[in-house]
Design a protein around this ligand. Structure first.
Ligand code: AMP
Length: 190
């Protein structure tokens, strides 16, 4: 069993690569952004609270995300590895995830950092906006999300570099070429 985090800026392709990884390596795909969008669609209490933060391109409060994450992890089959997509988004969330995993006798094995230049992130988000219907894919919000990424999420990488489990991937290529790079990293680990 292997537990993976996939990280990177908005539009870096982490959702797409997570789908491919989860299928190829039999991991449960846990996307906090997706979980939040389900909560919003269901008009749940979390969904109603989270909506404003997401539409503005800001991070949803840690405590709310952690509740959602713990509930979802506990619903997974015990033997199943997980790919965490979009979590942790700041260092406090990384620390909370360590605690959550430790309490369940688990650990994070790989931190995948998908790197793309800012202008590519914005370009990809704008392209996605044509079909996604996401409230946070407007030009202004996209630029703000890139800024939030640099200020709060990018520093998370150091946390995992120090643990010796960070793997950086150039994510500017095609979906297939990026996935081949990721497969190479996994085959070395397994
Ligand atoms: P994503 O689908 O990962 O791009 O996430 C979409 C939006 O959901 C983000 O811009 C945040 O507003 C919110 N979100 C997703 N994951 C988190 C997280 N781990 N912490 C805080 N907010 C999050």
């Amino acid at each position: 069993m292997i537990n993976v985090i996939i990280s990177g800026g908005p539009g870096c392709g982490k959702g797409t690569q997570s789908d491919l990884i989860s299928e190829r390596f039999q991991l449960a795909h846990l996307s906090t952004g997706h979980l939040l969008r389900i909560e919003i669609a269901n008009f749940s209490e979390i969904g109603r609270e989270a909506q404003g933060y997401i539409a503005a391109g800001n991070l949803v409060p840690d405590e709310m995300i952690l509740r959602l994450l713990a509930k979802t992890v506990d619903e997974l089959p015990v033997s199943h590895g997980v790919i965490f997509d979009g979590y942790p988004r700041n260092v406090a969330q990384a620390e909370a995830l360590d605690k959550l995993m430790e309490e369940r006798g688990k650990q994070i094995d790989i931190f995948l950092d998908l790197q793309v230049p800012d202008e590519v992130m914005v370009e990809r988000m704008m392209k996605r906006a044509q079909t996604s219907n996401r409230s946070d894919d407007t030009p202004e919000t996209c630029r703000h999300r890139v800024q939030v990424y640099h200020e709060q999420t990018a520093p998370v990488k150091d946390y995992y570099v120090k643990k010796g489990i960070c793997q950086t991937v150039d994510a500017t290529g095609t979906i297939e070429s990026i996935f081949r790079e990721i497969e190479k990293i996994f085959s070395k680990m397994m």
